[in-house]
Design a protein around this ligand. Sequence first.
Ligand SMILES: CC(C)(COP(=O)(O)OP(=O)(O)OC[C@H]1O[C@@H](n2cnc3c(N)ncnc32)[C@H](O)[C@@H]1OP(=O)(O)O)[C@@H](O)C(=O)NCCC(=O)NCCS
Length: 205
Amino acid sequence: MRAVAAEAFESAERSAPPVDATGEPGEVRLVEWLRESDAVDPDLSLVADADGEVLGHVMLSRGDLESDEAPAAGTGSTSAQEPGAGDDPVAALGLGPVSVRPDVQGRGVGSALVSEALVRASGFGYDVVCVLGDATWYRRFGFLPAAELGIGSPDPAWGSAFQAVRLGDTPEEGWPRLGVFRYAEPFARLEAAAARETHGTARPR
Ligand SMILES: CC(C)(COP(=O)(O)OP(=O)(O)OC[C@H]1O[C@@H](n2cnc3c(N)ncnc32)[C@H](O)[C@@H]1OP(=O)(O)O)[C@@H](O)C(=O)NCCC(=O)NCCS
């Protein structure tokens, strides 16, 4: 999984800067941190393989929808800390990283991984999946600019590249403003580490 992430992001158009002496793209470390964290249910970390070789993988991690409105008495922001979607009114996941070995890209592996991840997330009772990435790729899975679903971006500068998709039979209309999506802690750790290394910023993909 780690090797595939390294190969995929080393040859990607965009990747997070290295955050340690390995010089590998930051996404490699992110994959490791996510695997160690309790934000990733093993059932939502998927690998595509052929003849025992890993061709690609995708991860979904639990995030928070943080209210950006003054909370009413006795209420707080929504949160999904326990495995499964839990009792949150709207349970949200962040998608990524997704990586496919460069020599097998363009053969449907990435699409199969993302599609299966969304099916599983829905099966586990999650309502929405958020992603930062190329809209021309994610549109085919039903992702829309997150703002259209009432979800604020962790970084307003991401604009419509921050996307979301509703799962299952959640109604198309009438969703209230849900709040601002916050990725699981390892994403913030990556951003902080990248900022330290480069005085720039790293972004979840
Ligand atoms: C992005 C990635 C996971 C796609 O996996 P894949 O197995 O090559 O994808 P598929 O074969 O299922 O789909 C290929 C389609 O996706 C498009 N595509 C692939 N990568 C893309 C990208 N970064 N941006 C936009 N479109 C992309 C291809 O042009 C192709 O389009 P078509 O079906 O219209 O011909 C893979 O290219 C990868 O690992 N890239 C490096 C890591 C990366 O950038 N990951 C984050 C993506 S936001």
